[in-house]
Design a protein around this ligand. Structure first.
Ligand code: NAD
Length: 499
């Protein structure tokens, strides 16, 4: 059993946690709280306040003050801003075990994933964007028309920080997705109010403590905990918020998009996925492809936006590849996240487990063939599910059309490239896709025609701070990470000096 770090023991001893506003923990205005549950043991690990509109107002006011023209943050040179962000990244690395353990406690995920994806991923993202502080630039432009009266001119653009950013994040990668938003927003010179998911709010508070220890001026990074209906809705409707950056379900994204337009607030939406993995019969190594497809769906219990949850396998090799994927799934060790040898942990919550089970039942009712797994809980306690695989003959199944966000894969055979493209693009969503082939011409043809924001060839999708991520169709609006990630938090001013 892993020993909790001293810092985490102290953090958890608090039991009741409040918002982090203007550089300190702040008493909540309301009395309502959310119980944070360890999904492996079903025990409570702490309570957080549900922020009401007054809490949200306070947080936005702190962020607005920290963004004021003559504030410490605004007056700070990009180089000094970068130094604080590097320190923040170093502190995340120094406290990575505390962060990872806390993420495992509240989300259930495997400690090795919490270490690499959440703590490690966040440190990398902050370090990457720390470098961007000093590289934000406009352009000089030669205008298309001469100036009146034969006068000269000099035209250019400036990129300015957009203002107070509202960041709303889901629970599946609570700290790394937070970093995808907070790091570029801070690099651009903005200030942030973060609302973490109600399932995983504690790690966000620990992150806010580290931001202060890194020397971030008060009010630059605030956290308001709470639900979507009250806390999230108050934040997105706030007229002093100048940019909403949201990651979550397509359902919630549509609500937030509408709210954003009430105040014409800028909005980026990173939404759901139902991503295809396409295995051609010439895949370099079919065993390797099967392992990759299994890793692509079962990592993080399938609770990954870019998870390859539909696999299309060319007819000639359908049975072999499906059998290999099933063997890989059946061999996975299911255990709690602190078991270092576990390969599949619990789902995030009881409600989510029920939702995923319901999909499995629907798959069976609609006539898909259950190849392995099922809806029974393989453990005595906790929200566990076996990795589950269905096969079907076409896309006409709920489990192939809707995002399940659990360890459930549906396999369908295809004839040729046109058939693969027809099946893969037949979706309202378009976040990611993977293609498994050794034929580069075929891979390029697929890359060009797949309706997906991210395409990986011969590998499951993995994020990288320098690779933009986002979706086609109802998988979202905008991209995060990379250069576009920092530009999300700037606004462009066009200037023309006539002389
Ligand atoms: P969710 O939409 O239920 O919740 C996401 C966040 O939105 C939470 O913090 C929640 O409290 C908040 N929220 C809910 N209703 C709100 C409202 N009316 N106003 C403001 N905020 C509100 O999603 P989830 O279950 O936490 O996360 C899973 C989803 O996230 C999946 O659909 C997954 O695909 C998606 N996701 C997308 C990406 C991506 O990069 N595209 C990455 C990770 C997860």
């Amino acid at each position: 059993m892993i020993k909790l770090t001293t810092r985490l023991i102290k953090f958890l001893s608090k039991k009741e946690h409040t918002h982090f506003i203007n550089g300190e923990y702040t008493k909540a205005n309301g009395t309502n709280q959310i119980s944070v549950i360890n999904p492996a043991t079903e025990e409570e690990i702490g309570k957080v306040a549900i922020g009401n509109s007054e809490d949200v107002n306070n947080a936005v006011a702190a962020a607005k003050k920290a963004f004021a023209y003559n504030s410490d943050w605004r007056k700070m040179s990009p180089d000094d801003r970068g130094k604080i962000m590097y320190r923040f990244a170093d502190l995340i690395t120094e406290h990575s075990e505390s962060i990872a353990q806390l993420v495992t406690l509240e989300n259930g995920k495997l400690i090795k994933d919490a270490r690499s994806s959440d703590a490690g991923g966040a440190a990398k993202t902050f370090r990457y964007y720390a470098g961007w502080c000093t590289k934000i630039e406009g352009e000089t432009l030669d205008l298309s028309q001469p100036q009146k009266g034969g006068r000269q001119n000099f035209a250019f653009t400036r990129r300015e920080p957009i203002g107070v950013v509202a960041a709303i994040v889901p629970w599946n990668f609570p700290i790394s997705i937070t970093a995808w938003k907070v790091a570029p927003a801070l690099a651009a010179g903005c200030t942030v109010v973060l609302k973490p998911s109600e399932e995983t709010p504690l790690s966000a508070l620990l992150l806010a403590e580290l931001a202060m220890e890194a020397g971030m001026p008060a009010g630059v990074f605030n956290v308001v905990t709470g639900d979507g209906r009250m806390t999230g809705a108050s934040l997105t409707a706030h007229s002093d918020v100048k940019k909403i950056t949201f990651t979550g379900s397509t359902f919630t994204g549509k609500i937030i998009g509408k709210t954003a337009m009430e105040n014409v607030t800028g909005v980026s939406l990173e939404l759901g996925g139902k991503s295809p993995a396409i295995v051609f019969d010439d895949a370099t190594d079919l065993d390797f492809a099967a392992q990759g497809v299994a890793a692509g769906i079962f990592r993080n219990q399938g609770q990954v936006c870019v998870a390859g949850s539909r696999v299309y396998i060319q007819k000639k090799v359908f049975d072999k590849v499906l059998t290999d994927i099933s063997h890989a799934a059946e061999k996975m060790k299911i255990s709690h996240g602190f078991d270092e040898s576990a390969q599949l942990g619990p789902l995030v919550s009881k409600g989510h487990l029920q939702k995923v089970r319901q999909y499995i039942e629907t798959g069976m009712n609609e006539g898909a063939t259950l190849v392995s797994g099922g809806k029974d809980n393989p453990m005595d306690k906790g929200y566990f599910l076996k990795p589950t695989i269905f096969s079907a003959t076409d896309n006409n199944q709920t489990i192939i059309n809707e995002e399940i966000f659990g360890p459930v894969l549906a396999a369908v055979p295809f004839e040729d490239m046109e058939d693969a493209l027809r099946l893969a693009n037949d979706s309202q969503l378009g976040l990611a896709a993977t293609v498994w082939t050794k034929d580069i011409s075929k891979a390029m043809a697929m890359i060009n025609r797949l309706e997906a924001g991210v395409v990986y060839v011969n590998s499951p999708v993995r994020s990288d701070p320098n690779l933009p991520l986002g979706g086609y169709k109802q998988s979202g609006i905008g991209r995060e990470l990379g250069k576009v990630g920092v530009y999300n938090y700037t606004t462009l001013k066009s200037v023309n000096i006539v002389y």
